[in-house]
Every structure is written in structure tokens, then in C-alpha cells.
Write a protein that binds this ligand. Sequence first.
Ligand code: FAD
Length: 486
Amino acid sequence: MNELLGQLRKCLGPEHVLTDASSMAPYVTDWRRRYQAKPLAVVRPGSTAEVSALVRACASARVAMVPQGGNTGLCGGATADRSGHQVVVSLTRMNRVRAVDTKNDTMTVEAGCVLHDLQQVAASSNRLFPLSLASQGSCVIGGNLSTNAGGTGVLRYGNTRELTLGLEVVLASGEVLDALRGLRKDNTGYDLKHLFIGAEGTLGIITAAVLKLFPLPTAQCTAIVACDTPQQAVDLLELARARAGASLTAFELFSALCLELVLKHYPGCTPPFAGAGMPVAAGRDSHALASLHPQYVLLELSDSSPQSVLQGHIEQILAAALEAGLIRDAVIAASEAQRAALWALRENVSEAQAHEGRNIKHDISVPTSAIARFITQTDATLERAFPGARRVTFGHLGDGNLHYNLAAPIGVEPAQFESRLDEVNALVHDSVLQFGGSISAEHGIGQLKRDELPRYKSAIELSTMRSIKRALDPLGLMNPGKLFAD
Ligand SMILES: Cc1cc2nc3c(=O)[nH]c(=O)nc-3n(C[C@H](O)[C@H](O)[C@H](O)COP(=O)(O)OP(=O)(O)OC[C@H]3O[C@@H](n4cnc5c(N)ncnc54)[C@H](O)[C@@H]3O)c2cc1C
């Protein structure tokens, strides 16, 4: 191993090969603190040539590599094992924007660019890079690509896969696959970039990408509405899509319990329908909480038409929804501050739930048409099996993606409830399967869902995936133990 470390120091410079526990500390624990690694080293290459050199060195020493971006992944995909024989490859030094081509509406960027910085780069060229996640200040584009990240812009712009035109990847052999093409049309056989997007670092190390840019919207109109049932929310989605078309850019669902937790743990947040129907600055009282509606939808329109036109569209949608009996109440943000206040109610759900105590999370998708039935049926089955378990259901309804999270029943210790994790997961994921869904909508498999995958993916899909893995990584050195158990 000393020989390998010497070689790595020669390739990258000694300061970029970390081996002592304190300098490796930021790279060895996953975001949720579920997994703790003990790597041989953390290496920090600064260029594609350095990644290529380090991969060759590790391959000839038969040492496994674990690519890491911002380390915000929620499935333990970027955490090495505890053998002391794996090398963590942190891409964060590779953070150059190589080109912005406004005529082609693309930017070519390195894997370690922080997502929020890329949004700013696009905006400074009067363009939109629409990938948007709550972790955008920390996650990097290489991680986004490797997890095919979703977020709040998927309804209109698609997930990371759909935002990518070209990739540069260092293969397990150390060779560089240069497919950094900014082409919207290129039918020359297998489109190899798609193999690496969503592969969680198991096939190669992404070093750069060509990403799509879009016109920067000049107007945005945001509303929160109250519904009685998830089915009404789905019907509202259909109505809003029909009337707003591509300008419907967000459609997020959250239940009364989600709102209650946000209001409890974020004193700065206020109920959407207090006072005259606009968010109010005053604190909440028991009356405000008691009057929560069963379901809430945040919807947003954005495009390049004048604000007044967009405002007119959203008002028409909400009027039609009221007339059709789909919604009970609605509030439209009248200023940027109010828009931020409405988004805060949705965006703080996850953290509010964390403040409430440990919980069991599910990141699932089902066809949008089946979401309401999925929620009703799964809620009922859960209530029978785990009476009182609190369902903190929210998510990107427009994408068919729910965070179907469960908190312990009132009076039950979260740890006691969590001890039944496997039973709860089986119940929820079996229901997902029944509705034709996926057990991982946007976070990936990593280590967290690795052992569950064979139950929910067909044998032929899994064996085809393994064939691809063997072909591209014959020595099994690219992020082993993720996606597959061996
Ligand atoms: C508060 C919060 C909110 C979140 N919201 C969302 C959300 O709305 N939507 C969503 O999709 N996700 C969300 N996530 C999850 C996470 O932010 C995303 O999965 C993100 O894309 C991970 O990026 P990262 O740079 O942190 O990757 P990491 O965590 O470092 O790595 C993730 C995976 O990609 C691999 N990898 C990283 N870089 C490379 C590379 N260059 N080449 C090959 N493999 C690589 C790693 O080995 C690992 O398997 C959220 C996370 C948090 C903490």
C-alpha cells in the first residue's frame, strides 16, 4: 500500500493525498451519519489527467475507488467501507467552468462545480440552469449526474439526465471517454453517457459534462392551495397542466401534518391562509393549527411573459379549480417575500421532520394517476400494522415522486419505532411495487437500499445491469458494495 500512496503523491502532489484521520474526517461520514468509512486515503485530483493517473495506479494495485462529490447523498453511496483498503476520490477541486456557449445554450463544466454556483454562472449569462435541490449549496454536478438528481424543476425541465448533452468519464482502466459533445441530435449508436448518469460511481468517474441551458424566466407566480384529498390534488394537476402547459414549473404536495411540523419547528413560518388569506407575520395559535386543511399544494408558473399575464393564468386556474370543487382555499404570493414564505412551508418539511426526531424515510415514485390510490391504500395498511404511526407525506406530485416518511406514534420512542424499519420498508415498498412504482425516485440505491433491490427489480434487469458492470469494470474496483452487494 505504501507503494501506491507514493505513486498517488507523485501524481497529485503530497498535499492532495490525505491519510491522517483528522484531514480525512470531512470525507468519511455520510450526510445522515449512518455510515462511517475507514479509507486508505482521500485523494483530491485537480484535472482529468490526474484522475486518469490515479485510476491507473489504483487499478494496478487492485485498490477500489469511491468517487465523492459534495457528500450530500442520502444512501451512503459516497462512503467507503471500513476495510482500510479503499481510496476516496473527491472531485471538489475540479470546479472550473470550461465554457458557456449562449448560442448553443450549453455550458461545459467540471464535475466538482457546486450546483448553486452553476445556477449563478447560467444566470450571469441570462440563462437558467434549472436543476434545483435543497442541498444545492453543497452538492456538486458530478454527484448530481451520478445520482440523476431530481428536485423541484423536474416537472418542466426533467431530471439531471435530461439536462445533459455530453460527458467526460475516466473509465476503470484509466482511459478517458471524451463524449463532451453539445449536440441535441446525435444518433450514432449507443448513447454511452446514459450508462454513467445514475450509476452512482460504479462504472467510472465523471470528470466533466455539457449541460443544457434555458431562457431565464422573467416572471414567476406562486400559489398554495388547500385540498381535502390527494385525488383532488391530482385532478388539480391535470387541470393546471391543461391550462398552463409548459409554464407550470412546480407542483408540490404536502399534508397537514407536514405543515404542522414546519409551523412548530420554524417559528418564522406562518400558516398560508391566516388573516386576509396572505401569509401573516404573527405567531400561530391553536385555532390556526386546528384549521389546517388535510392537503396542500404549492404550484408555480414561470415563463417569459409579463407578470400580469402569468398572474391572470394562475387566477383562472384557481377559479376553475374552485368551481370544480377541487380546492377549498388559495393564496397567491403578491411579492417576492411572500413567494419565499410560501416556498419555505414546503422546503422546510424535511428538516422540520428531522427536528421532530428520527423517522423512517421513503423516496418513492408511482405513476401520477395512481398516487392518490397509493396513498389511501398504503395509509390504511400501515395504520393496521403500526397503529398511530404518523405519515409525513410530501413531495414532487407533478413527477409522481413522494417522500412517504413515517414518524413514531405519539408516545412511542423514535428508536423503538425505527427498530421495525425492515417491516415498515417491506410494507411500503411492496405497495409501491403493486402500483407499478420505484423504491428510489431520486436519491439512488447506494448502500441503503442495496439489499432490497433484488426484491423490487426483475432478475433480467439485474443480470443485464451486472453484465454492464462486468464489461466496464472487470476488476470490480469502481465503488464496490454500492447498488450490488458484491
Ligand atoms: C437537504 C437535502 C436535500 C436533498 N434534496 C434532494 C432532491 O430534492 N432531489 C434529489 O435528487 N436529491 C436530493 N438530495 C440528495 C443529494 O443532494 C443528491 O443525491 C445529490 O445529487 C448528491 O450530490 P453530491 O455531490 O453530494 O454527491 P455525493 O453524495 O458525493 O455522491 C453521490 C453518489 O454519486 C457518486 N459520485 C459523486 N461524484 C461522482 C463522480 N464525479 N463520478 C462518479 N460518481 C460520482 C458517489 O460515489 C455516490 O455514489 C438532498 C440531500 C439533502 C442533504
